[in-house]
Design a protein around this ligand. Structure first.
Ligand code: CA
Ligand code: CA
Length: 242
């Protein structure tokens, strides 16, 4: 009886599952020009970086599926991430480092510099006020938020009002520059040699409870809207050309 129930449970899980393709791959190009971290992705260097459009894998999420585009670049000092978020109502309340910024309008990057393992990775979760929540995740058991990245430059540019409902906002964008040294315990070489592959995911939480949408680069493959699954991180390939 027990095994029959188990079999039915497995069938149920399969019935809900989405078809998952291979994880995506992204070429991280070298920045040709300096990037001013002001939240605006209008620097010349960003023009060379391909845009990732986030997907919405969870049909149970209702509400507007607002578009997010993300780009990555690198240079001798930093890994850069830039996000452009369409958003008709920008909401963010948390103001202090390591607050749960993912409960606000927020974007995230999870980074594993050593894809030979997928037991741990770094996370940076940043809200529309440019507040950073950063941690090292011993997946899935222990999230060490007392780990603080050093030397991170982070800025947001908002096209609209913050925490004011009743008007219509356009959106917000975010730039972050992460010094390479923060990855030194897991990375083979910094900056990574051309051709090196790290794994990562990029995510966005849009809106606040009870009606939020999670969109992301690589589908985490989980039944409920949830971004943490290092088995499904996409591949970042570092290249030396611009
Ligand atoms: Ca800029
Ligand atoms: Ca921290």
């Amino acid at each position: 009886m027990k095994s029959a129930l188990f079999f039915l449970a497995i069938c149920g899980l399969w019935a809900q599952s989405r078809a998952l393709g291979p994880v995506p791959r992204y070429e991280v190009r070298r920045a040709k020009w300096p990037i001013a971290i002001d939240g605006k992705l209008d620097d010349a260097a960003w023009r060379d970086a391909r845009r990732i459009e986030f997907q919405f894998p969870w049909e149970q999420q209702t509400g507007a599926k607002q578009k997010t585009l993300a780009r990555l670049l690198w240079d001798d000092r930093y890994l850069y991430a830039g996000y452009e978020c369409e958003d008709t109502d920008i909401v963010a309340h948390y103001t202090t480092r390591d607050d749960p910024t993912y409960k606000d309008d927020a974007v995230e990057i999870f980074i594993n510099p050593d894809p030979a393992q997928n037991n741990f990775y770094y996370g940076l979760e940043m809200n529309a006020r440019a507040v950073l929540y950063d941690y090292f995740y011993v997946f899935p058991k222990l999230l060490l938020k007392r780990i603080d990245f050093t030397g991170v430059h982070l800025a947001v540019h908002r096209r609209g009002t913050l925490n004011q409902t009743g008007d219509v906002d356009e959106g917000w964008s975010l730039e972050v520059a992460i010094p390479w040294a923060n990855f030194e315990e897991l990375a083979k070489k910094l900056p990574p040699d051309p051709g090196s592959v790290w794994t990562a995911n990029l995510n966005r939480w849009d809106g606040t409870e009870p009606n939020r949408r999670l969109s992301l680069w690589s589908d985490s493959g989980l039944d409920r809207p949830h971004p943490h699954n290092p088995d499904r991180f996409g591949q970042l390939v570092f290249v030396n050309y611009r």
